[in-house]
Design a protein around this ligand. Structure first.
Ligand SMILES: *Cc1c(COP(=O)(O)O)cnc(C)c1O
Length: 360
């Protein structure tokens, strides 16, 4: 059976060599006689996996010592509540930048816990750009300011890191984490669901500066209290052991690729190939401001929506799957996370050129 060229937005494709390694280790991990799925999270085998996984991530992202790394559960949407519960720290206002579908979900949830001030928004142009920082109007007393670094549905991404002074910057990086180097010290907190660029769905990564934790609202569920999780080496309760093990394999794979600077180069090349193609035709269009286009999720529409079904069908016949855009926006979306090789994007562009020739 041939593997599909999988453009899924998430849960997304994983490098084949990792799936093969996981398969080879399925019944007996490193002579333990157990699958990783069957291990106690407090046994020495899994503890060694957990420690190595965290250490590899710290190395990849150059995470400073004064930041805690937590492998939690509840997804990025869980963090939309968990962040305000933990980071309000006696304040009652939080700033949010509204760049689209995922920001809006964060805003809606945060409103249950505090007053939300919209510091900037691109709603006026249907969320097709990232508001430049000189247009932001932050509040005086915000507990933090929240952004979504990559709007997965629209295909729009910050290509810069905001300067927020003393106000901690909080970022939902679910769909572009580990796709490029980031200066973690510019953030108070970073969170990301696992299933776009790290591994199978099941854990949520939180990277948080240690002076921000320890003042959670009293109603905060204990498992979602960053301080309790940090004090218990993120094992206050049972973590998502198997997804974390797979993420550990992904982190090692990333190191073998040359780390985040190398993977960024590859991601730039992949995105450029696709956007350059989109830019020289009128048959396909992309709505996002050029400077803010996502390297991870490339969205496009066909000249005529009536061709969508034919486009998807013939793509599938060529082994290319999950190109359909999010139901809320329609059109197409090619998600080209770290695990998508350049050849996969090349095959897509070739196919798109052919389809245009036949139908344009
Ligand atoms: C996928 C995604 C989410 C949703 O994460 P869950 O793990 O389903 O809670 C949130 N934010 C962004 C930016 C995403 O891409």
């Amino acid at each position: 059976m041939a593997r599909a060229i999988n453009f899924s937005a998430g849960p997304a494709a994983l490098p084949e060599e990792i799936l093969r390694q996981a398969a080879a280790e399925m019944l007996d991990w490193h002579g333990s006689g157990q699958s990783v799925m069957e291990m106690s999270h407090r046994g020495k085998e899994f503890i060694s996996i957990a420690e190595e996984t965290e250490a590899d991530l710290r190395e990849l992202m150059s995470i400073p010592k004064n930041y805690k790394v937590l492998f939690m559960q509840g997804g990025a949407l869980g963090q939309n509540a968990i962040v305000p519960m933990n980071l309000l720290r006696g304040r009652n206002v939080a700033d949010y930048v509204n760049t689209g579908a995922w920001s809006q979900k964060s805003i809606k949830e945060a409103k249950k816990y505090c007053a939300v001030h919209i510091a900037a928004s691109s709603e006026d142009e249907n969320f097709t750009y990232v508001p430049p920082q000189d247009t932001w109007k932050p509040s005086e007393d915000a507990a933090y300011i929240h952004i979504c670094t990559n709007e997965t549905i629209a295909g729009m991404e910050y290509q810069w890191t905001p300067q927020t002074g003393d106000t901690p910057l909080v970022a939902d990086m679910s769909s572009d984490i580990l796709s490029r180097p980031v200066d973690v010290s510019r953030f108070g907190l970073i969170y990301a669901g696992a299933q776009k660029n790290m591994g199978p769905a099941g854990f949520t990564l939180v990277i948080v500066r240690d002076d921000l934790i320890g003042q959670a609202l009293p109603v905060t569920p204990s498992v979602f209290d960053y301080k309790l999780q940090a004090d218990n080496d993120w094992m206050f309760n049972t973590p998502a052991t198997y997804p974390i093990y797979i993420a550990g394999l992904v982190f090692k794979w990333l190191k073998r690729q040359g780390g985040l600077a190398a993977i960024e180069k590859s991601n730039i090349a992949k995105a450029k190939l696709l956007y350059d193609f989109l830019d020289q035709t009128d048959f396909y269009t992309n709505a996002i401001r050029k400077s803010d286009r996502s390297r991870m999720n490339v969205t496009f529409r066909l000249q005529d929506d009536a061709l969508n079904e034919a486009f998807l069908k013939a793509a599938k016949e060529r082994g290319m799957v999950q190109l359909k855009g999010h139901r809320s926006v329609g059109g197409m979306r090619a998600s080209i996370y770290n695990a998508m090789p350049l050849e996969g994007v090349r095959a897509l562009v070739e196919y798109m050129r052919e389809f245009e020739r036949e139908h344009g």
